[in-house]
Write a protein that binds this ligand. Structure first.
Ligand code: CU
Length: 162
């Protein structure tokens, strides 16, 4: 009995943690919604006039990005041309693993949320979109599809900034 109570308390604590993080960041709106403030630098929105490279990324209902692994140079401004060749909605959101994970937990509770920020593109079946991003520091920037079930099924990838 005691074990069950403890587990219930833990589940409740986990369930509320992401919402608390967003409230702390003061970053929710109802038109779309904002990502919580990034916990580590991932770069910044790029200037389309300074794009030095375009990379095509395909998203499928197999819950995969192709390619799932990308190399860019530090300070490079890249256009990610993203296409959804599946039959359901997918999205590509850039972030740290921690940001993506906590945001995914929120999406599980509010599946209607749509991403409209510069670091994300959310696409209906058959649609294409783009993210222009400046990867300013060496390191790894992750990306994922935060539609419920997708991220957990492995719909994720990474950008190595060299
Ligand atoms: Cu997806």
């Amino acid at each position: 009995m005691k074990g069950t109570q403890l587990r219930t308390t833990l589940i409740a604590a986990l369930a509320f943690a992401p919402a608390a993080a967003v409230l702390a960041a003061g970053a929710q709106d109802h038109a779309g919604h904002a990502m919580p403030a990034a916990s580590a630098p991932i770069g910044k929105p790029g200037d389309a006039a300074r794009v030095t490279r375009t990379i095509d990324i395909d998203m499928t209902d197999a819950m995969r990005f192709t390619p799932a692994s990308i190399d860019v140079k530090a300070d490079e401004t890249v256009r990610l041309n993203v296409h959804n060749s599946g039959k359901i909605r997918h999205e590509l959101v850039l972030g740290t693993d921690a940001d993506l994970k906590s945001h995914y937990d929120m999406m599980m509770k509010d599946p209607g949320m749509r991403h409209e920020e510069a670091n994300a593109v959310s696409l209906e079946a058959g649609k294409s979109g783009a993210i222009v991003w400046r990867f300013d520091k060496a390191g790894t920037v992750s990306f994922g599809c935060l539609e419920p079930g997708h991220y957990a099924a492995g719909m994720k990838g990474s950008v190595s900034v060299l």
